[in-house]
Design a protein around this ligand. Structure first.
Ligand code: SF4
Length: 477
């Protein structure tokens, strides 16, 4: 079967990764990627429902396709991801020009369902969790064309029940990928030219695998995630950098801190979502830690490696959040010295426990608190970036960098330090540095990034195969 497809992605890195896997599935079935819906036979919207705005955006984007669908009734419009799982059949009833609704665990069935649609089948929703036999799709790296930073899934679903979050409903219970499969995928990416790997999971640090040694202590929050990190470091020595997102603070245990202290491949940065600095709000959010416990765990991570930095997520205006609660969040942000932060206004999500609470913080108060939160983090970010001016940093070059006017050039690239600071570098032939770790003298702190100069002229472009080494580890699964 030959067909042309386009995948539009909304939301987080999990969704970006899911879209790459979806494209692999479609290519294997004879699909050819195009860039616009007008040129496609299949349009997929891979959706996010964590924030209300992402869902609204989906509705508006799907709505725009109505004239095209009227002109070309054979066009197949599919909605995948969290909104698909959340709404199922209801989405088909509400938006009559959608043909397919497909949950995150049903992506492998997409080509077969597409064929049925092309043959004239009625609209269909397939949203079943694979709880008994979990399947993990992989995005296959093409030799020499692997991304500099590869995304690798370790688990899916979530067993936490944070009262504001729809994820346990849209992604189902936690299921873990076997460690050997994760390590094999990391090795495949590195073999194909990737330099950094970002391990993905809703609570990535809750990882378990019966084949790994037991957790390092009796602490009930200990997991086997540190074992997974050690296994990757041991089995894939050519990997330059290893990150993970998002850990749950409950599992930021002593053995995770030890892994950071001992494994050079782990970057000196952790994104550790806190959500609030008020114990009263944390309880209502069902986060299952107190402010003091968060601080203790975060400090233990920071102490593990010199120069370790933290970033976080914060929700403002959760039901019942008082001015005093918010002041405690601000004080926590300052106390921890986060270097960056994602801040959101609370919005009620369907099927979440927090719906039983009254969304009583007025919209203006939410907006005002968010502005104060951003002002606080801007100060911290700026102070942190300023301390780096005049230092020399190892930067993994990820790709072209836009100028202030928005144009791209072969002489301007951007990359990240091992702590995640974005660095812009301008030098003749800099595009040849993509995929390399280079030394950069930092000359300027920008609002959210750094600028710098190379300590040595840009070398000729690397042969990607030289940058890594072939590591036949396991049978591909
Ligand atoms: S840990 Fe909480 S916020 Fe994170 S995905 Fe699970 S329920 Fe949602």
């Amino acid at each position: 079967m030959r067909f042309r497809y386009v995948v539009h992605t909304f939301g987080c890195q999990m969704n970006v990764h899911d879209s790459l896997c979806m494209e692999d599935v479609l290519r294997a079935a004879g699909g050819e990627a195009v860039t616009t819906s007008e040129d496609a036979d299949l349009v997929v919207f891979n959706t996010c429902s964590v924030r209300e705005r992402a869902e609204q955006k989906l509705r508006s984007e799907v709505g725009k396709l109505l004239p095209l669908k009227r002109a070309r009734p054979d066009l197949v419009i599919a909605v995948a991801g969290c909104v698909a799982q959340q709404e199922g059949d209801k989405l088909l009833a509400r938006v009559r020009h959608i043909d397919l609704v497909i949950g995150p665990d049903n992506v492998a069935e997409l080509p077969a369902l597409l064929m049925e649609q092309m043959a004239g089948a009625p609209p269909l929703a397939r949203t079943e969790f694979d709880t008994t036999a979990p399947r993990f799709l992989t995005a296959t790296p093409r030799p020499g064309a692997a991304p500099v930073v590869a995304l690798v899934t370790t688990m899916k679903g979530c067993d936490e029940r944070c009262s504001f979050c729809v994820v346990p409903y849209t992604r189902g219970p936690e299921r873990y990928r076997p460690a050997r499969e994760v390590v094999a995928e990391v090795a495949r990416f590195v073999d194909a030219g990737a330099r950094e790997v970002l391990l993905l999971g809703q609570t990535v640090d809750s990882f378990r695998d019966a084949e790994l040694p037991p957790p390092e202590s009796d602490d009930p929050d200990e997991t086997q995630f540190p074992h997974l990190l050690r296994m990757i470091a041991r089995e894939v020595p050519a990997l330059a950098r290893l990150r993970y997102t998002s850990p749950h603070p409950r599992h930021a245990t002593a053995s995770l801190a030890r892994a950071h202290a001992e494994l050079d491949v782990l970057v000196r940065h952790v994104h550790l979502p806190v959500q609030s600095g008020s114990d009263r709000v944390l309880r209502r959010m069902i986060r299952r830690y107190t402010r003091a416990e968060y601080v203790e765990r975060a400090r233990r991570l920071v102490a593990a490696r010199p120069g370790m930095t933290l970033s976080t997520d914060v929700i403002v205006g959760f039901p019942g959040e008082t001015e005093d609660d918010f002041a405690q969040t601000l004080s926590l942000v300052r106390e921890m010295g986060f270097v960056s932060l994602f801040g959101f206004k609370y919005s009620p999500r369907p099927y979440t426990p927090a719906l039983r609470l009254v969304d009583d913080v007025p919209e203006e108060a939410k907006a005002e608190r968010l502005a104060r939160l951003f002002a606080a983090i801007d100060e911290l970010t700026s102070a942190h970036l300023s301390t780096l001016v005049g230092t020399r940093q190892k930067v993994l070059v990820e790709g072209a960098s836009k100028s202030e006017k928005g144009d791209l050039s072969r002489d301007r690239v951007q990359g990240r330090t091992e702590r995640n600071e974005i660095v812009h570098v301008e030098a003749p032939g800099a595009a040849g540095l993509v995929g390399r770790v280079v030394e950069v003298d930092v000359t300027r702190a920008n609002r959210h990034s750094l600028s710098g100069t190379l300590t040595a002229p840009a070398p000729p472009p690397p042969k990607r195969a030289d940058a890594t080494r072939r590591l036949p580890l396991f049978q591909e699964t």
